[in-house]
Design a protein around this ligand. Structure first.
Ligand SMILES: [Zn+2]
Length: 64
């Protein structure tokens, strides 16, 4: 039985392990924050840099 099954060697660096939407830069994330505020009523959100994927996410932080 020839197991010629090539393991998917395609390592895609652009695919972060997070399922959240990601932003490449703080500016991009802030732009999205503004967009969200402008289009819908929402909780306070802020961008933060993810330690897992190294990109930016938005989090809705309950004001502490
Ligand atoms: Zn992440």
């Amino acid at each position: 039985m020839t197991c010629k099954y090539t393991k998917s060697k395609k390592i895609e660096p652009l695919k972060p392990s997070c399922k959240k939407p990601t932003y490449n830069s703080l500016e991009e994330a802030q732009e999205m924050v503004r967009y969200v505020y402008a289009t819908r009523v929402t909780r306070q959100i802020r961008p933060y840099k993810c330690p897992i994927c190294g990109l930016w996410h938005l989090t809705s932080s309950k004001s502490k």
